[in-house]
Write a protein that binds this ligand. Structure first.
Ligand code: SAM
Ligand code: SF4
Length: 331
């Protein structure tokens, strides 16, 4: 029996974001501190079988139609290709994608495509080696570039690139990054920085707003609204210089799209989160390891959605950043 993952405001979640690990081989400064972040204990992280079982419940009982693997860095999860393959076996029509920093993607893109992955989103904030290092604290730009090329060659397209602009670091490079992506056929989307970093360093004045991004890009490019309806997609899409290239701006903070949200998240340690900014979680791991049936787990998941709030409330004076950082939630 299929039931929708519906909340009290009538929104139905069909897009499941699955975090496969909270660990990462970069240290982007808007996400993690340079060192000292505690990882989830190994025995709390779901096994491959457990992850696939929970996704299966989502697909067969709860109307999940889209699965995106994320993290932390999903490519550091050893069983990734097998998890993708088994998820594909759950539904030939499922949309399967991954959000990754692309380190090592050059080696695995073909295997992921063969396993049934449809698309990748690659995070890249600068194409200058020194700026890349300043943000990620690692000298790995060539690996990202090679990963992007491999993804495109493997047919994991359209390849999307996600970028966060940081004041005083790369906010002068928006146009350069867009030109670089357009030349290579990658779809670039800028994302407003959100208060989800482990070190709680976010500030509203530090954030580069969608308005500023638009203004900066407009200096070098002519942007016109793309005709596709926005629907539940968070990116506002613009045609660049008449097309066919486009650029997206995701104004998560200044123009929230919570009213159209169709997402639900599963953390690497088996907690359902009905929102990135949720302050409560629902423990599916305990149910799973306690011997619950698929129906019982589905029941618990349905109840978890009822607590979903109308919006993230970043502008609310009572706003509290969630205890889990983005890297442990799954971006
Ligand atoms: N490691 C993978 C990656 O970087 O693509 C997947 C996980 S990462 C948490 C997912 C996305 O979240 C990335 O595009 C990253 O840039 C973005 N991100 C991380 N911290 C963020 C923040 N504080 N505000 C906005 N986006 C953030
Ligand atoms: Fe790692 Fe992604 Fe966070 Fe960067 S944004 S530190 S690549 S999890």
């Amino acid at each position: 029996m299929t039931r929708p993952l519906q909340d009290r405001y009538g929104r139905v979640a069909t897009d499941l974001r699955v975090s496969l690990t909270d660990r990462c081989n970069l240290r982007c400064n808007y996400c993690m501190p340079a060192e000292g972040l505690d990882w989830l204990p190994d025995d709390s992280v779901l096994s491959d079988d457990e992850v696939v079982r929970l996704i299966g419940i989502g697909v067969s009982h709860l109307g999940v139609r889209e699965v995106r693997f994320t993290g932390g860095e999903p490519l550091v999860r050893r069983g990734l290709v097998g998890i993708v393959e088994r998820t594909r076996a759950l539904g030939p029509d499922l949309e399967l994608s991954i959000t990754t920093n692309a380190l090592g993607l050059a080696r695995t893109a073909d295997k992921l495509a063969a396993a049934g992955l449809d698309r990748v989103n690659v995070s890249l904030d600068s194409v200058r080696a020194e700026t890349f290092h300043a943000i990620t604290r690692r000298d790995r730009l060539p690996d990202v570039v090679a990963g992007l090329e491999a993804a495109q060659a493997a047919g994991l397209g359209p390849v999307k690139v996600n970028a966060v602009l940081l004041r005083g670091t790369n906010d002068d490079q928006a146009g350069e990054l867009l030109a670089w992506c357009l030349e290579r056929g990658y779809e670039l989307r800028f994302i407003e920085q959100m208060p989800l970093d482990a070190q709680h360093g976010w500030s509203r004045t530090g954030m580069i707003t969608a308005e500023e991004i638009f203004e900066r890009l407009s200096r070098d490019f002519e942007l016109s609204p793309a005709v596709e309806p926005r629907g539940s997609a968070p990116a506002e899409l613009f045609r660049v210089d008449g097309g066919p290239g486009t650029v997206g701006v995701i104004a998560s903070v200044t123009r929230p799209f919570c009213g159209d949200c169709d997402r639900v998240r599963l953390t690497a340690d088996g907690q359902v989160r009905n929102c990135l900014f949720a302050r409560e979680e629902s423990d599916l791991r305990a149910a799973l390891r306690g011997g619950a049936t698929d129906e019982e787990i589905a029941d618990r998941w349905v109840v978890a959605m009822l607590g979903k709030r109308a919006g993230h409330g970043i502008d609310d004076p009572t706003f509290l950043q969630p205890d889990r950082p983005m890297s442990a939630i799954g971006g």
